[in-house]
Write a protein that binds this ligand. Structure first.
Ligand code: GRG
Length: 338
């Protein structure tokens, strides 16, 4: 592996051809690591496919193979998708299944009625959302449930009383620093900030966000080396080029981040021999950091990349087609960096 960090020059470019090759080579069924990560398989396909879309190569993966794999993850008892065949249905895998099927233009091959019911049943009376029938709650699941229903065009199926309690629950997860946590009283973390700001955006309740306070907290996530961290006193990581940046984009303050320094940080984490992007320069690459590095670059208007939507983390063109694009999402990216 040769990460770009070994070259300190700021003229390192994004090598999309190499990253596409990396994504095509991710199917490694003979490797132990493939089996140890089966609980993330459907997410992994979503990350790889979205990365390919951002790089303008949506047909990189075998379409029929991908669709068959998604369908093989169906948990008929739950009425939802699990991350791998034989695994229990969960909201996270279900969102990935929906996103993949939408990108592959095959949403008509899933049982939208049953999936919708599974998602609606996860909303608890106090407005929290569970990940599965076992009940764990987390604001990630709140976002996932809302994003999934919205992508399926079923947001209006949430009864008004439950919608109000979801909003109230997210409000309770807001902290003194303007950020949001996993549950009420939990520390602000930029991953949870993204899920909460995006959830409020889906519900058209951005008025509950303290924009100057949260914008300041998010901009303080940028460290002198240009990378972003997820919370104070933590290390920078390429994935926060999505969680922080998408959040700051949703609240219209993208220009509060030093664009060039962040671009250089992300480009420095590329593997220039075998493709892929790592958490930080010098580390091993993986598909999680590859997608979120590329998604961050797309939000920053890096040349040659397709637009990504900051609320759904999907190709903006697709979100436009579904008529879900918030007007500010398109405006923000273009107006900040002419
Ligand atoms: C559609 C993109 C998409 C996501 C679905 C699962 C989910 C919804 C969102 C996850 C949001 C989240 C909590 C992201 C943070 C992930 C992460 C890198 C956590 C690491 O936490 P720590 O505490 O790391 O290990 P730090 O950096 O704080 O030390």
């Amino acid at each position: 592996m040769a990460t770009a960090s070994s070259s300190s020059s700021s003229d390192v470019k994004l090598d999309t051809a190499l990253h596409i090759k990396y994504i095509q080579n991710l199917d490694k069924r003979q490797d132990l690591a493939y089996h140890l990560t089966s609980h993330l398989r459907l997410n992994g396909i979503y990350w790889g496919l979205t990365a390919a879309h951002i790089m303008g190569q949506p047909n990189t993966l075998d379409r029929e193979g991908v669709i068959e794999y998604v369908l093989s993850c169906w948990d008929d008892e739950a009425g939802a998708f699990g991350p791998h065949p034989g695994h229990d249905g969960h909201v996270l895998a279900t969102l990935s299944g929906i996103q993949i099927m939408l990108m592959e233009d095959a949403i008509d091959r899933i049982d939208v009625g049953r999936v919708t019911q599974f998602l609606l049943d996860r909303i608890n009376d106090d407005g929290s959302v569970s990940g599965d029938t076992w009940g764990e709650i987390d604001t990630r699941f709140t976002y996932i449930c809302l994003s999934s229903l919205s992508l399926l065009g079923k947001l209006d199926q949430i009864p008004q009383q439950k919608r109000d309690s979801i909003i109230e629950y997210i409000r309770k997860c807001k902290n003194f620093d303007g950020g949001f946590g996993r549950v009420p009283g939990a520390e602000s973390h930029s991953g949870q900030v993204w899920v909460c700001t995006a959830a409020l955006s889906i519900l058209d309740r951005q008025d509950l966000i303290d924009v100057p306070l949260l914008g300041a907290w998010l901009s303080e996530r940028q460290l002198p080396n240009g990378g972003l961290n997820g919370r104070p006193e933590k290390l920078e990581d390429v994935c926060y080029s999505w969680w922080c940046l998408a959040s700051i984009s949703i609240i219209g303050k993208l220009s509060w981040i030093n664009r060039d320094k962040l671009i250089n940080f992300i480009l420095g984490a590329q593997d220039l021999e075998d493709g892929g992007i790592a958490d930080r320069p010098g580390d091993w690459v993986d598909v999680f950091h590859t997608i979120f590095g590329l998604a961050g670059l797309s939000l920053l208007g890096y040349p040659g990349l397709e637009d990504i939507d900051p609320v759904y983390c999907m190709p903006a063109k697709l979100i436009d087609k579904l008529v879900l694009r918030k007007p500010y999402a398109a405006l923000e990216r273009m107006s900040s960096y002419p």
